[in-house]
Design a protein around this ligand. Structure first.
Ligand SMILES: *[C@@H]1O[C@H](CO)[C@@H](O)[C@H](O)[C@H]1NC(C)=O
Length: 184
């Protein structure tokens, strides 16, 4: 009984952790935006891009553009006729697949002057560190059981009995955590 409560509490913690691993929005070049004179590889160097994150390119509409190209067109700064080009001034791109993505400016000689960005998109960071634990969602908390966090009224006759049960719960939870950390 204490174990199923521990599993419920554990699944609650896992849910909180997984919602914390939320998608990020990267503003390319930060305050500088998408423009000449910014080293975008330096900007990208210490960042981790994952599926589900977004890239936002800010630039002056009509005075710059954004083109997604492949690796060879990135090297040569060529804009193929079929390439997706945007010059609206702001583009937010959802990273939907893993792997490399190449972006260049299609405006004048901006790409040749260095306005280009290549990133590598990694898989979504999920289900990795807690996957060895069997799914606790299969055993829902019985409705008669109070939530583990709820403090019992101090004068309730069963209040004293609930203290050792609670410390057992904590011990069990600690064991589960410990086992899981070692398994990773
Ligand atoms: C990149 O795209 C161009 C046309 O847009 C194509 O000719 C070229 O073969 C492609 N290169 C690679 C490595 O896919």
């Amino acid at each position: 009984m204490a174990l199923s409560r521990a599993l419920f509490l554990f699944s609650l913690i896992v849910t909180i952790f997984s919602t914390m691993a939320m998608a990020k929005d990267f503003v390319v070049g930060d305050k500088n935006g998408w423009t000449l004179g910014v080293d975008y590889q330096t900007w990208a160097a210490n960042k981790v891009f994952r599926v589900g994150d977004t890239l936002t390119f800010n630039y002056v509409a009509g005075k710059d553009s954004l083109v997604r190209v492949n690796g060879s067109d990135f090297q040569s700064c060529s804009v193929p006729l079929t390439a997706p080009v945007s010059s609206t001034g702001r583009n937010t791109i959802l990273l939907t697949t893993t792997g490399r993505r190449w972006y260049i400016s299609g405006f004048a000689n901006h790409c040749k002057s260095g306005q280009k960005l290549v990133i590598t998109v990694l898989p979504q960071q999920q289900d990795a560190w807690w996957s060895p634990v069997p799914s606790p969602s299969a055993s829902p908390l019985p409705s008669s059981t109070p939530a583990p966090e709820a403090a019992p009224p101090s004068n309730a006759p069963w209040a004293a009995a609930s203290v050792p049960r609670r410390s057992l719960l904590q011990k069990k939870l600690f064991q589960i955590f410990n086992r899981n950390m070692i398994a990773v």
